[in-house]
Design a protein around this ligand. Structure first.
Ligand code: C5P
Length: 344
């Protein structure tokens, strides 16, 4: 008699957790639960954090390693996986300099303690499944934090997937999504990845097919935006009510065919009008991106990162060389998935 088969448990799981761009983002009315209706096209891109997870007897621990993945403007190269500048600084370590430039602005520290989204996700998975074993996490952080690129959400989604694999929890898609939405409005998309229309508070996802893959350049200012404050500004200025019904019709129309990213950008980003005193810094960055040939630079999420599409015959290195400003620049391409999982 054969014994029931048990799912193999890997000794270690590695998840590549991709950043996202919002190809257009419209904020609508505030709901009774305090969240806002939104309409956005989420797109996974190739800039990614790496989360390693290994089993421990009890408790969850997290070590963070920062890695600078920005374009090397001085030598005009796009770093490939092997060319990345590794291990720039440890969490809580001293500010490390690279080639005379601080890694500071793009790689601002994230909380390494209990507030980190990896640990919050792990505790949520443990509570909802009764998991008693622990996990040692190592996070290689490359996605600039608090910049609208969805790095924290990507890490949280990666932690759910890593624990599911590591302990053969068999969560299934629906349960993973239910856990994700409790961690943040962008976490469901981080789990799903690819290209999707996001409705509701961002958790209602309708998969969309891109007309063709694309490349984009992202600039990340030193200043940051508080997402909650940006939503409040939108309420104060009544920005969410103007034209909401026609915005919904516009996004529905775009999903009827394969999505052309430049059409989606035509949606604009409501958050660009909620910047207050930072508006002039944003306008300056947008103008400097236009000056190097980027046609329609747009803020992603609630900012502060601004991105634009780069045509296939244009060289990233050349654009980065001509760009006037000290914002770190990132070269990315669109991806059909938000995560890549390797178990050993
Ligand atoms: O869900 P998340 O934690 O990312 O939300 C961060 C903040 O943004 C919260 O304060 C929330 O009220 C606000 N928010 C919102 N409408 C959304 C998403 C977030 O008002 N659709």
């Amino acid at each position: 008699m054969s014994r029931p088969r048990r799912a193999a448990r890997p000794r270690r799981v590695t998840v590549e957790a991709c950043a996202k761009l919002n190809l257009g983002l419209r904020v609508g009315p505030r709901r009774a639960d305090g969240y806002h209706e939104i309409a956005t096209f989420f797109q996974s891109v190739s800039l990614a954090d790496t989360l390693n997870a290994a089993p421990a007897r009890r408790g969850f621990s997290l070590r963070i390693v920062y890695e600078d993945a920005a374009l090397r403007r001085a030598v005009g190269q796009i770093p490939g996986p092997a060319g990345l500048r590794r291990k720039v600084a440890r969490a809580r370590g001293p500010a490390t300099r690279w080639g005379g430039r601080s890694i500071g602005p793009a790689l601002e520290r994230v909380p390494a303690g209990a507030g980190n989204l990896v640990l919050r996700a792990a505790r949520l998975v443990a509570r909802s499944t009764g998991l008693e074993r622990g996990t040692r996490f190592t996070l290689i952080k490359r996605i600039p934090t608090r910049s609208g690129l969805g790095g924290g959400s990507a890490d949280a989604a990666a932690a759910i997937v890593a624990l599911d694999r590591l302990f053969a929890l068999r969560l299934g898609g629906a349960r993973r999504m239910a856990l994700a939405v409790r961690l943040g409005s962008d976490v469901p998309f981080a789990l799903r990845g690819g290209t999707a229309l996001g409705l509701g508070r961002g958790e209602r996802l309708i998969p969309v097919r891109l007309a063709a893959p694309f490349r984009a350049l992202i600039a990340v200012p030193r200043w940051r935006v508080s997402t909650a404050r940006a939503f409040n500004q939108i309420d104060l200025k009544n920005l969410g009510l103007t034209g909401w019904a026609s915005n919904l019709r516009f996004v529905q129309k775009l999903t009827a065919r394969r999505l052309k990213p430049d059409r989606a950008l035509g949606l604009g980003n409501t958050m660009e009008r909620a910047l207050g005193a930072r508006r002039s810094d944003f306008l300056s960055l947008r103008a400097r991106l236009r000056a190097v040939g980027i046609r329609n630079p747009l803020m992603t999420g609630s900012g502060s990162a601004v991105f634009g599409l780069i045509e296939s015959r244009t060289s990233f290195a050349e654009v980065a060389r001509r760009f006037k400003g000290d914002e770190p620049l990132f070269a990315v391409r669109s991806l059909g998935l938000g995560q890549r999982v390797v178990s050993r």
